[in-house]
Ligand binder design. Structure first.
Ligand code: ATP
Length: 364
C-alpha cells in the first residue's frame, strides 16, 4: 500500500506544456480517477507515476520517497492500458502465471493465486483456452488479472474499459471497484468518461488543458463544481450554464438572463463577498433540478427525449441552450411550445464569465 504525492508536477514536450504545476495527494488505498477530455494530460500524468516518462518539473513521492529516479520495474506499480497486453500464444492460465513466475514466486503459491484471480475475474472456465480467439471483453479482463495477480501496492489503469462493450463495461465497473476494495491498493484510474469516474472513484481529479481544475468526492464535484468546465463535464447531461447579470433590489440579489427571466439566489450565495463586485455572471443549474413553474425562466422547447425512467427536454432561447431532466411520470412540455421553469435557489451556482471559476457560497 502506498500514498502518492504529486508535487508541482509538470511535463513539457518542446514548447508544448502537457501538464503544469500539478499538486495532488492520493491517499493509501484510495481509488482516484483522473478525469478529463482527450489531450488534457491524464496519460502524461499516469506515465510519469508509472515511470515511463520523466517529469520536466516537480516531484513524485511514494510514501514520502521521491521516486523520479527509480526505474519502472522497481516502483511496485501495476499498469493496465486501453490496449491489453496479452500473450496470445499462451493459455489464460499461462498468462496469469507469467508475472508471478518471472518474479520467482513459488509454484504452489502461483497455482493458488491463479485460481483465486480466475475466480474473482470469472475466468475459471477458460483457464486452459488459448488467449488467441478470446473476445475483447475477456482479454481486457485477463489483462487486469495479469497485472492484479502481482498484487502491486499501486495499481494504475489507463482507460482500461474504453474498448469493451457497454454491457461489459457496466459489469467491470463494479468488479474493479470490488477488486480494489478487497486488495486495498492505491488505485489511479484514467478516464474521459465521467460516469466511470463518478461510479468507481473515492475522489476525482478533473483536468483540462494540462491543469488540475478540482479534486473532490464525486458528490462534492457534482454539487459544487469549482469551475464552469467541471460543471459541464460532470453529469449526463452536464450542468446548464447561461450568461446572466446580477441585479440588486433592496437587499435581495437575483440573476437575470436577458430575454428568459430571472432566478433568485440563496441567502448563502447572496451574502458571499465574491459576488459584491461581480455583475456579469454565468448561471449554472443541473438539468435534474428544474421544475415546471409559473415564474422563473422561459425557453422554447426544441426536442423532447423520452428515455425510460426519465425525460430530457431540450430548450433554446436566443443564444441560450439548456436541458431539463424530468422523471418519467411528470408530463413533459411539448416541442415547439414555450416552457417556464424554476430552479430552487440553493441549486443555483454562479461562475466568473472570464475565469470560469465558481463565485459565491456553497450550500451542500
Ligand atoms: P488521451 O485520452 O487522448 O490520451 P490525455 O488526457 O491522456 O488524452 P495525454 O496523452 O496526456 O492526454 O496528452 C496531453 C497532451 O500532450 C496532448 O496534447 C498530446 O498530444 C501531448 N503529448 C503527449 N505525449 C507527447 C509527446 N511524446 N510529444 C509531444 N506531445 C505529446
Amino acid at each position: 500500500m502506498s500514498e502518492i504525492v504529486l508535487e508541482n508536477l509538470g511535463k513539457t514536450f518542446g514548447d508544448f506544456t502537457a501538464l503544469a504545476d500539478m499538486n495532488l495527494t492520493i491517499a493509501n488505498g484510495e481509488f482516484m480517477a483522473l478525469l478529463g477530455p482527450s489531450g488534457c494530460g491524464k496519460s502524461t500524468t499516469m506515465n510519469m507515476i508509472a515511470g515511463m516518462l520523466r517529469p520536466s518539473t516537480g516531484a513524485i513521492r511514494f510514501n514520502g520517497r521521491d521516486i523520479v529516479d527509480v526505474p519502472m520495474a522497481k516502483r511496485g506499480v501495476g499498469f493496465v492500458f486501453q490496449n491489453y497486453a496479452i500473450f496470445t500464444h499462451m493459455s489464460v492460465r499461462e498468462n496469469l502465471a507469467y508475472g508471478p513466475r518471472a518474479q520467482g514466486v513459488a509454484a504452489a503459491e502461483i497455482t493458488k493465486r491463479v485460481q483465486a484471480f480466475a475466480e474473482l475475474l470469472q475466468l475459471e472456465t477458460m483457464l486452459d483456452r488459448p488467449a488467441a480467439g478470446l473476445s475483447v471483453n475477456i482479454l481486457q479482463r485477463l489483462a487486469i488479472g495479469r497485472s492484479a495477480i502481482l498484487e502491486p501496492a499501486i495499481f494504475l489503469l489507463d482507460e482500461p474499459l474504453s474498448n469493451v462493450d457497454a454491457a461489459f463495461r457496466a459489469v467491470m465497473r463494479s468488479e474493479l471497484k470490488s477488486l480494489q476494495g478487497q486488495f486495498g491498493q492505491t488505485m489511479v484510474y484514467v478516464t474521459h468518461d465521467q460516469l466511470e469516474a463518478m461510479t468507481m472513484a473515492d475522489r476525482i481529479a478533473v483536468m483540462d488543458h494540462g491543469k488540475l481544475l478540482q479534486v473532490g468526492t464525486p458528490l462534492e464535484i457534482y454539487n459544487n463544481p469549482a469551475d464552469a468546465f467541471v460543471a459541464r463535464f460532470i453529469g449526463a447531461p452536464g450542468m446548464n450554464i447561461l450568461e446572466g447579470t446580477l441585479t440588486r433590489h433592496a437587499d435581495t440579489v437575483s440573476a437575470e438572463v436577458a430575454g428568459l427571466g430571472s432566478v433568485t439566489l440563496s441567502p448563502a450565495m447572496q451574502g458571499a463577498a465574491a459576488l459584491q463586485a461581480a455583475r456579469e455572471v454565468q448561471i449554472g443549474f443541473r438539468p435534474e433540478q428544474i421544475n415546471a413553474a409559473d415564474q422563473g425562466l422561459t425557453m422554447q422547447v426544441t426536442f423532447v427525449e423520452r428515455i425510460g425512467a426519465r425525460t430530457i427536454v431540450h430548450m433554446e432561447q436566443g443564444a441560450s441552450l439548456a436541458k431539463a431532466v424530468l422523471p418519467a411520470d411528470v408530463p413533459p412540455p411539448v416541442a415547439g411550445d414555450a416552457w417556464t421553469f424554476a430552479v430552487p435557489d440553493d441549486a443555483i451556482r454562479l461562475f466568473d464569465p472570464v475565469t470560469g471559476r465558481a463565485l459565491g457560497g456553497r450550500t451542500h
